[in-house]
Write a protein that binds this ligand. Structure first.
Ligand SMILES: [Zn+2]
Length: 492
């Protein structure tokens, strides 16, 4: 029997601002869309956290036995500098500054994005569509919305008529904004704008002669508005209505609000059942952002090459650090917090490594079923990874008790214990079991050198020096183990 039949998942729906029972449109299937990156610069750790939250959610759905179609797009056109309808296209601007073809910019940063996500052990989405690959679909949606008189054309651009839409629907349903207040509080248009109202947003923009990313349309040569691509790609691959739409908290308004309006105008049905928003990673209490320079790049984390960092960290340690916070909570990044997470991570991995050497008994002194259900309860409660991790450390305690003979498990229970621990740590949280070699090449180089010196001392029967090296390393938490294939070490 699939696990989802016995585990009722509850999701916090940003649309209702409530936790709701998750009931998919089709039993056993989940359709999930997440807004992907605009590929005009390197991703920073703040971006990684947003996508990581949805990777964990994707993994848990799969673990529960759902068949998941996970669509995460690549924005390679239409995203203007100021997130609204003005300014230069971000990719075109980068192309101009670096004297590249826009598609060279797209290629370079799409590859970077994939490399980073691989480093952090992300599962690839089921479909990764691009905005430029779906211009035809976007034009079709605009035609329909124009036919319904919920959009208007001016000088080769098409704008969504928010006020007209709001007469029969609710613009602001997701963000809680009241359109009447918004109108009251915004300045009158300066006469330069083609829009009827400042709230209206572009579905299609006429391309100025210098705009290099351009396509033909019934309204002349231009390019699609940023919000439209997600409506086109989500509904194309997941249907007019689908289960989950995710993204960073900052996309709630205007991006997701506009997506709802467009899709509702296009098909007469609200597109998404559960809206989910991940919270941000801050640095020094402020949002990580490219524009302010207040950010850390994944490469800097792994090399340790940033003044904030005392040393290099493995990507999986950063992954563990991020999962120690709930996805809807703000998480502040600091070197101390990362070091603490690293200690916790190694404690967990050492326990996992010790699992294989445990012996079973005739009886069980641990209530394994209760502990296992607590792990599921944590995840079922809106993907509460910090609570899950607390229960996994409870599991570490059991492992230590079993090692010391203070607790027992039957063979069947021991098997289930191993399977459960491994499933949550590796399948659901997506952690990787890296040895110290991977975390710090320099440190392992130094330890290997000392091991070699100790081997030489032993060959010379200099037992005092040999023991001294072993004991000094042990006080630093590095354990040497002599085997028939030589000496190995582990870090506690
Ligand atoms: Zn989007």
């Amino acid at each position: 029997m699939e696990l989802y039949k016995s585990q009722q998942l509850i999701i916090y729906n940003s649309l209702s601002n409530k936790k709701e029972d998750f009931v998919p449109l089709t039993e056993g299937y989940v359709g999930m869309y997440v807004c992907g990156p605009t590929v005009y610069s390197n991703v920073h750790l703040g971006n990684v956290r947003t996508f990581l939250s949805f990777d964990m959610i994707f993994r848990y759905f799969k673990h529960l036995g759902y068949k998941v179609r996970y669509v995460r797009n690549i924005t390679d056109a239409g995203h203007l500098e100021n997130d609204a309808d003005a300014g230069e296209d971000r990719i075109a601007k980068k192309a101009r500054l670096e004297e590249l073809e826009p598609m060279e910019v797209v290629q370079q940063y799409t590859v970077d994005f994939h490399n980073v996500l691989n480093e952090f052990n992300f599962l690839p989405p089921s479909i990764e569509p691009t905005a430029t690959g779906h211009i035809v679909e976007q034009i079709e949606i605009i035609k329909t919305i124009l036919d319904k008189r919920l959009a208007y054309e001016v000088n080769g651009s098409v704008y969504f008529d928010v006020l007209k839409y709001n007469e029969s629907e609710h613009y602001g349903i997701l963000s809680g904004r009241n359109i009447e207040d918004a109108i009251h509080n915004t300045r009158a248009l300066d006469g330069q704008s083609e829009k009827k109202n400042p709230q209206d947003f572009a579905l299609w923009k006429r391309a100025q002669p210098e705009h290099i990313m351009r396509w033909p349309s019934p309204w002349g040569v231009g390019f699609p508005g940023w919000h439209l691509e997600c409506t086109a790609m989500s509904t194309k691959y997941l249907g007019d209505q689908f289960d989950i739409h995710g993204g960073g908290m900052d996309l709630k308004f205007p991006h997701h609000e506009c997506e709802i309006a467009q899709a509702q105008a296009n098909k007469g049905v609200t597109p998404v059942r559960y809206w989910m928003h991940g919270n941000m990673l801050t640095l020094n209490g402020k949002k990580m952002a490219k524009s302010t320079g207040n950010n850390i790049l994944p490469g800097e984390l792994i090399s340790g090459n940033n003044d904030i960092l005392s040393k290099p960290f493995a990507a999986t340690v950063a992954r563990f650090f991020m999962l120690q916070a709930h996805y809807r909570s703000i998480l502040d990044f600091s070197n101390d917090a990362l070091e603490a997470a690293e200690r916790g991570y190694f404690r967990l991995m050492n326990a996992v490594n010790a699992l294989n050497n445990l012996r079973s008994s005739d009886t069980s002194s641990i209530d394994l079923a209760a502990w296992k259900q607590q792990c599921y309860d944590a995840m079922n409660d809106d993907f509460n990874t910090p609570i899950l991790i607390a229960h996994l450390f409870e599991g570490v305690k059991y492992i230590n008790q079993l090692k010391e003979g203070k607790a027992t498990l039957t063979e069947a229970d021991l098997k289930e214990f191993k399977e459960t621990i491994n499933a949550f740590i590796f399948d659901v949280l997506g952690l990787e079991n890296v040895s110290v070699q991977d975390t710090s090449d320099k440190l392992s180089g130094v330890v290997e050198m000392l091991v070699k010196m100790r081997d030489d001392a032993r060959a010379n029967k200099d037992w005092a020096l040999s023991d001294k090296i072993r004991d000094e390393l042990q006080t630093l938490g590095i354990q040497l183990k002599d085997g028939k294939d030589g000496t190995t070490f582990s870090v506690n």
